[in-house]
Design a protein around this ligand. Sequence first.
Ligand SMILES: CC(C)(COP(=O)(O)OP(=O)(O)OC[C@H]1O[C@@H](n2cnc3c(N)ncnc32)[C@H](O)[C@@H]1OP(=O)(O)O)[C@@H](O)C(=O)NCCC(=O)NCCS
Length: 151
Amino acid sequence: MKTKVRRMRESEKMTFYRYERAEMYPSLTAADIGRWYDGIGKFAYRYYVLMDDRGEMLGGAILELYDFLKDGRAILDFVAMWIRQEYQRQGLGTFLFKEALRRAMKEIPTGALHIETNTAQGFYRKVLPAGFKEMSIEASDETITFFACPL
Ligand SMILES: CC(C)(COP(=O)(O)OP(=O)(O)OC[C@H]1O[C@@H](n2cnc3c(N)ncnc32)[C@H](O)[C@@H]1OP(=O)(O)O)[C@@H](O)C(=O)NCCC(=O)NCCS
């Protein structure tokens, strides 16, 4: 058999996704795989903002469903966390982290977290529940740290 690798065409992406996800996640329905591909339903990004009482945005968080545990519960990923600079180190990030996670978990049964950061290692070491695992790699001018944390 002769084979070659080339760039995937737009029209081929769904086919790839359907085969790959079906093999990797046998418990998912075809509809779930379609939702994952489209980033909708439980696979949609969750956006949360932290507002003050005058309607000013003080920060925000974005979460997504990253993967599944063997028992079917989700692994959620904190894609982004941000508190306005002048409001940092006042406990707001901790509040936002806990509240965003609580809200996401109300919609998605969750058993673990996955986080990648190059700026907020100290923050995540403080806010993650006990039992997290941490791995770092040295990139050109920064340290990238990955956290995996069972809940
Ligand atoms: C990371 C971030 C969201 C934390 O928000 P925050 O409101 O400052 O966090 P908190 O005040 O709740 O901090 C809780 C604890 O986390 C740790 N922490 C927070 N910022 C830290 C820092 N820059 N260095 C070391 N530890 C830090 C501290 O232990 C802190 O407790 P303490 O102030 O009593 O010592 C905020 O600093 C931020 O938006 N940074 C810029 C964007 C960013 O790096 N986002 C993360 C990318 S994944």
